[in-house]
Design a protein around this ligand. Structure first.
Ligand SMILES: NC(=O)c1ccc[n+]([C@@H]2O[C@H](COP(=O)([O-])OP(=O)(O)OC[C@H]3O[C@@H](n4cnc5c(N)ncnc54)[C@H](OP(=O)(O)O)[C@@H]3O)[C@@H](O)[C@H]2O)c1
Length: 281
C-alpha cells in the first residue's frame, strides 16, 4: 500500500481513493505517465478496452518499480461486447494486451438497452471464479440501474464509475454507494479542465495555498466512498493531484462547493435535456 493515498473500503476490497485516468493518453506518452505516476505513489490506474492504450498501460506498470500486486488496475468491457461469450473473449484479449494475469476491477463501460445486465454479470462472475478478474463493477449506471445490477449479480458489485465533479450533482448516488459498500468513482473529476479557473474553487484554494484543481479533487475524495481518477500526462500535475491527501476542506467549504453548481453557462446547460445539451449553441 502506498503511504501517499487513502482507500475506500468497498466491502471486500480496498480501492485507492485517487487513481490515474488514461483516456486519450496512448503510446509512449501513456507508458511513461503510468510509470511516473506509480513511482511517485499512485497505486490505481484506470483504462478500458475502448481507450486503445491497454498495451501502453501494461508496459508502464512493467517499467515501474512497483510490484504488480500493489497496483489496483481497472479495465472496462465495451458495450458491443456485453454478451456472455463476448465478455469472456474481450477480457482475455485485454489481459493479453495489458500483459497481466488478472485485473483488479472489471467494469461494464456503459449499460446496454438490449443486453440483460444479468447475462454480462454472469460472465464477469465466471471470470472472477477463474481468477482473471478480482472484482466486478459498473460504469455510467444510474442509482436504479446499480440497484438492479446488485440484485441480479452473484458477486458483489464494488464500484460505479460515473461523471462527477463540482458542476455535476451525484449526491443521491453517493449516499446510496456509501450506504451499500460501493465505491463511487468520479470520472472527469476536473470537468475535463472546466473547473481549473473557477473563482469559487480558486478562492477556497488560496486559503489552503492550493490550486482550484486540488480543491475540486479534495472535495471529491473527502466524501465517503468517493474515488477520483483525474487524467494527467504532466509530471507536475500528477504530483499536484496526489497531494490532495495533504490538506482538508472545512465543512463550510465542502457545502459551498456542493451548492456551487458552476458558472451560469454550465448551470443553464445542465438544465437542458441531454439532446439539446450536445448541440453547438
Ligand atoms: N467510464 C467512463 O465512461 C469514462 C468517461 C470519461 C473518462 N473516464 C476516465 O476518467 C479519467 C479522467 O477524466 P477525463 O480524462 O475526461 O478528464 P479530467 O481528469 O477531468 O481532466 C483532464 C484534464 O485536466 C488536466 N489536468 C489534470 N490535472 C491537472 C492539474 N492539477 N492542473 C491543471 N490541469 C490538470 C489534464 O491536462 P494534463 O494532461 O496536461 O495534466 C487534462 O487536460 C479518464 O482519463 C478515464 O480514465 C471514464
Amino acid at each position: 500500500m502506498s503511504e501517499r493515498v487513502e482507500y475506500v473500503d468497498a466491502g471486500d476490497v480496498l480501492i485507492p481513493k485517487l487513481g490515474l485516468g488514461t483516456w486519450q493518453n496512448t503510446g509512449e506518452s501513456c507508458t511513461e505517465t503510468v510509470r511516473t505516476a506509480l513511482d511517485r505513489g499512485y497505486r490505481h490506474v484506470d483504462t478500458a478496452e475502448a481507450y486503445d492504450n491497454q498495451a501502453a498501460v501494461g508496459e508502464g506498470i512493467a517499467r515501474s518499480d512497483v510490484y504488480r500486486d500493489e497496483v489496483f488496475l481497472t479495465t472496462k468491457v465495451w458495450r458491443s461486447n456485453l454478451r456472455h461469450q463476448d465478455v469472456l473473449d474481450s477480457v482475455h484479449e485485454s489481459l493479453d494486451e495489458l500483459g497481466v494475469e488478472y485485473v483488479d476491477l472489471l467494469l461494464i463501460h456503459w449499460p446496454h438497452p438490449r443486453v440483460p445486465v444479468e447475462e454480462t454479470l454472469d460472465a464477469m462472475a465466471e471470470l472472477r471464479e477463474s481468477g482473471a478478474v478480482e472484482h466486478v463493477g459498473v460504469s455510467n449506471f444510474t442509482r436504479s440501474q446499480l440497484q438492479t445490477a446488485r440484485q441480479v449479480a452473484d458477486v458483489p458489485v464494488v464500484a460505479d464509475q460515473v461523471l462527477y465533479h463540482p458542476y455535476k450533482d451525484q449526491s443521491n448516488l453517493q449516499r446510496y454507494c456509501a450506504g451499500n459498500d460501493v465505491a463511487l468513482t468520479a470520472y472527469s473529476p476536473l470537468a475535463r479542465g472546466e473547473v481549473l479557473s473557477d473563482a469559487v474553487l480558486e478562492r477556497i484554494g488560496e486559503r489552503h495555498d492550493r490550486s482550484a484543481a486540488q480543491v475540486a479533487l479534495r472535495w471529491l475524495v473527502q466524501q465517503e466512498n468517493v474515488v477520483a481518477i483525474p487524467k494527467s500526462s504532466s509530471r507536475e500535475h500528477l504530483e499536484e493531484n496526489l497531494a490532495v491527501f495533504e490538506f482538508s476542506l472545512t465543512d463550510a467549504e465542502m457545502a459551498r462547493i456542493s451548492d456551487h453548481g458552476g458558472p451560469l453557462g454550465v448551470r443553464l446547460r445542465n438544465r437542458l435535456p441531454s439532446l439539446v445539451r450536445h448541440l453547438p449553441l
